[in-house]
Design a protein around this ligand. Sequence first.
Ligand SMILES: C/C(=C\C(=O)SCCNC(=O)CCNC(=O)[C@H](O)C(C)(C)COP(=O)(O)OP(=O)(O)OC[C@H]1O[C@@H](n2cnc3c(N)ncnc32)[C@H](O)[C@@H]1OP(=O)(O)O)C(=O)O
Length: 378
Amino acid sequence: MTDWSEADAVDLSDAETFETLLDRARTREKGHYFDFFDPGDELTHDPGLVLSQSGSEDWMGQTLNHDPAYWRPDRARNQGFETVPVHPDYVLACVMGVTVEDLSEKGGYFLGRDDVTIHRTPTPGTELAVTSTVVETTASSSRPAYGIVTWETVGRDRETGDRLVSYERTNMIPRREPTATDGGGAVADSADGEDTDGTDASDRDAGDDPNGPTVPETLVAPEGDYFEDFRAALDRAEADGAAVAYAHERGRTMDEALVSGLPLSTLNTARQHHNRDVMADSPSGDIVAYGDVTRSIALAHARSDEATYREWRYDEERFHDFVTLGDTIYGFTRVLDCDAEVGPERAGAVTFEHVAYNQHRTPVYSGRRTALVQRHDP
Ligand SMILES: C/C(=C\C(=O)SCCNC(=O)CCNC(=O)[C@H](O)C(C)(C)COP(=O)(O)OP(=O)(O)OC[C@H]1O[C@@H](n2cnc3c(N)ncnc32)[C@H](O)[C@@H]1OP(=O)(O)O)C(=O)O
C-alpha cells in the first residue's frame, strides 16, 4: 500500500495531480455564517493588536488626516494631551479590524454603525482588548441569501481595562444555505457608479422640479474654522431660511495602499479588501475599500476646514455604495448644531452630518459627528 505521508509519494508540482488533489480536499473555512450568531452571545476577539505611532501616522498620512496634534509633541500638549496620542480614526479602525475574523470574515457588507463613542484617546503602545455582544439578528427580506446582524463592540486598554471606544455595528452576513434569489443584480447596477435613473446628478436642478427632493434654496458656509464661525453661520442661516452646508475641495483616489494596505494593517481579514480573485465574482466585481478608510478620508476633508479640539461621538453612520480601486472620495458637510455649554472653556461642541461621495457625485457614506471645536477666544 502506498504510504501517502512519504514526501515523494505525490508530485505536488504537477498541475494535473495538484488540481485533482484540490478537488478532493476539504477547505478549512474561516469566519461564521449568519446562523452562528444568537442575540446575547459574547465573543472575545483574540488577535492582540498594539496601537503604534507608525500605524497611526501611516493611517493619518494616507487618509489626509494631518492635524498636527497627532504628529507633534508641542501641538499635542497645546491641545491638552500629555504626549502625542494615536488618531481616533485609527483606533476605531483597529478595534473593528480585529473583530472581522470572528464576526464578518465570511463575507457580506458593513452597512452601518451607531452610538460610536470615543471614551479616551490612547497613546502608542496601548494593547487592545476587544469584545462583542450580538444585539440582534434579523432576516433580510430583500436578500434571502443574507441575514443582518448587529453587534455591540467595546475596545479597551488591555492593561487598565479602560474603555477606549464603543459602538453598535450592523453587517449583512451570508446564510449557510444561500438561496438563488440573492438580489445581486441590483447591486451590480449601482456598482458601476451610474445613477439608477441613468442621469448624471449634476444635470438635475431639484429647485426647478416640483417632484424633486426638498432642498434649501441657499446654503451658507462658515467664514472660518472656529466654534464661533460655525455658530455665526448657523445664526445667519436661520435668519435667511438657509442651511449651513458646504463641500470640501480635496479628493483622494483609492489605490492599493488604501484599499488593501490599511485594512490589513488593522488585522481586518475581510476578503472584500484584499482578495481580487474571489471579489471578481461578487456584486462589486472587485475589492472594495474598508468602510473605515472611506469614512476617515471624508472626515479628514472636513477636519481640514475646522479647528478640531477633540473627536467625541458619531451616530447613524451608513455605507450606501461600494468604493472600489480608482474611485475618488470627496467630502460634504452640513452643520446641525452648536452647543457652547459642552466641553472645556476653550472649545464648544459642533454636530455635523458628513457625506463621502465619489467622482460620480454618488454618496457612499453618511454619518453624524459631534466634535469639540476650538474657540477663537476661550
Ligand atoms: C468592515 C467590513 C467590511 C467593509 O468595510 S465593506 C465596505 C463598506 N461597506 C460597503 O461598501 C457596503 C456599501 N453598501 C452597499 O453597497 C449597499 O448598501 C448594499 C450592501 C449592496 C445593500 O444594498 P441595498 O440597496 O440592498 O441596501 P438596503 O439599504 O436595502 O439594505 C439591505 C438590508 O439591510 C438593512 N439595513 C441596511 N442598513 C442597516 C442598518 N444600519 N441597520 C439594520 N439594517 C440595515 C435594510 O433594511 C435592508 O433590509 P431588508 O430586510 O429590506 O433586506 C467587514 O467585513 O466587517
